[in-house]
Write a protein that binds this ligand. Sequence first.
Ligand code: 5GP
Length: 174
Amino acid sequence: MTDNRLKVLIPEERIEARVAELGREIRERMGDGPITCIGVLKGSFVFMADLVRAIGGEVRCEFLGVSSYHGGTRSTGVVRITEDLRHPIEDQDCLIVEDIVDTGLTMDYLLRMLAVRGPRSVRVCTLLDKPAHREIDLDIDFVGFQIPDEFVVGYGLDLGEFYRNLPYIAVYTP
Ligand code: 5GP
């Protein structure tokens, strides 16, 4: 099915290759011990599934439900936790797995929220980094791809809940 509002930005093969590399980089820098991966729902569920397999070894999978967009294409800056972690993360090496960092407001909120739970370390891995609208200076440990200031969908990212199932990342133009 062709949808002329979509233009492929990152094809499936490039995502696959980069996720494999990220898995190796994460193990190199975080060591061989257990890693608690915290996927930020819903956008990161596809990336999370591929990334945890690329990391290998002992990995716990946790999810945080976060809603920062309400069906539109602009950040509201309001972060709402819709589902909390199921288990404590005290003394664990954690990796937040995010689909995209745009203004940085969501990630800043999550880092502050997790820090008070006493993890041994918290690192951040985002598939996409869109630095154009960054409002908060963030240390992102692992970045899949830097992308230009465009609204993207696919590989977990939605517009009004659709397009998450595209195997590639596409720029959406209405
Ligand atoms: P931030 O708080 O950094 O501005 O935005 C983070 C969240 O905004 C992401 O987790 C994602 O849900 C959403 N977001 C930011 N840019 C895009 C985009 O280009 N496409 C989609 N689908 N969501 C985006």
